[in-house]
Design a protein around this ligand. Structure first.
Ligand code: HSE
Length: 278
């Protein structure tokens, strides 16, 4: 029997919430799985299958966690999550591998266990959590809280044709910050959570007040300041790096119409449920 499911794209940090906020969007990687005699992967990047097959690694980890023999699968992927970095494409494969194991084994895992296994493979809960639970997730020491936000927000994904390695984007961040900057980040993040909940257009711009990562990382995003200006001039209320980039994220009160040859722009809305059958 073939089973189909989908995993949403995610955006970590939401500017001000470095390593502790993430959101899921209605842009999905679709998976079809079926028991088979050997592992067969269709629609995956050949090199990734050979060198770092995150789906298989995660599936096997789940099998080990449950002490159940791993059955091989035919896995078909229809990938819609861009691979430029910053939109949770790796997390989607990890969550999919564990979710597939769960489906094949009579739903023996709950979402919290899926989260725990996924985190043992990738240390970015701000991508993993929204991919599993959906919505806006805040994370503290690997504990998750899902926050209800207004349905009225519109989000825009700015997708560039180059990849940024997360490790590289983490290594350029200064390891120490001043008390003033720490207070700025904490207080802005609190304002932003309330603004997201209340559809507060005036305060959502505080999402751009980050002093921890964006001042360093924006140097890795070609023309970051130009695109930020473009976003704001075209009706965005805020513009930030999505995760560690290169993708960027804009927030607005309506869909934006951005057409450029240099990059791809997609309007999205929040996904509230995370990974699920289709
Ligand atoms: N919070 C992580 C970072 C997410 O910004 O490095 C990585 O996708």
């Amino acid at each position: 029997m073939t089973i189909k499911f989908k995993v949403p794209a995610t955006s970590a940090n939401l500017g001000i919430g470095f390593d502790c906020m993430g959101i899921a969007f209605n842009l999905y990687n679709f998976f079809e799985i079926k028991e088979a005699n050997n592992w067969i992967f269709e629609g995956f990047i050949e090199e990734e299958i050979k060198k770092n097959n995150l789906f298989l690694k995660s599936y096997l980890k789940a099998a080990k966690y449950k002490k159940i023999k791993a059955k091989p699968l035919l896995v078909k992927l229809k990938s819609n999550i861009p691979m430029c970095g910053g939109l949770g494409s790796s997390s989607s494969l990890i969550v999919a591998g564990i979710y597939a194991f769960n489906l094949i084994n009579n739903n023996c895992l709950n979402k919290d266990e899926i989260f725990k296994i996924a985190l043992s493979i990738e240390k970015h809960p701000d991508n993993i959590a929204p991919a599993i639970y959906g919505g806006l997730c805040i994370i503290n020491n690997n504990e998750i809280m899902k926050i209800k936000i207004s349905n009225k927000w519109h989000f825009g994904l700015w997708i560039f044709n180059y990849y940024i390695n997360t490790e590289k984007a983490r290594n350029i961040i200064k390891k120490e910050i001043s008390i003033d900057d720490a207070v700025n980040n904490v207080s802005s993040a609190l304002f932003v959570l309330k603004a997201l909940e209340d559809f507060d257009i005036a305060n959502i711009k505080k999402i751009m007040n980050d002093k921890i990562h964006e001042p360093y990382r924006k140097k890795l995003i070609k023309k970051f300041n130009i695109y930020k200006k473009m976003a704001l001039q075209n009706g965005a209320l805020a513009f930030v790096i999505s995760g560690s980039g290169s993708a960027c994220l804009s927030i607005s009160d309506k869909d934006l119409s951005i057409k450029e040859n240099d990059f791809k722009y997609i309007n999205v809305k929040i996904d509230k449920d995370g990974v699920r059958n289709v």
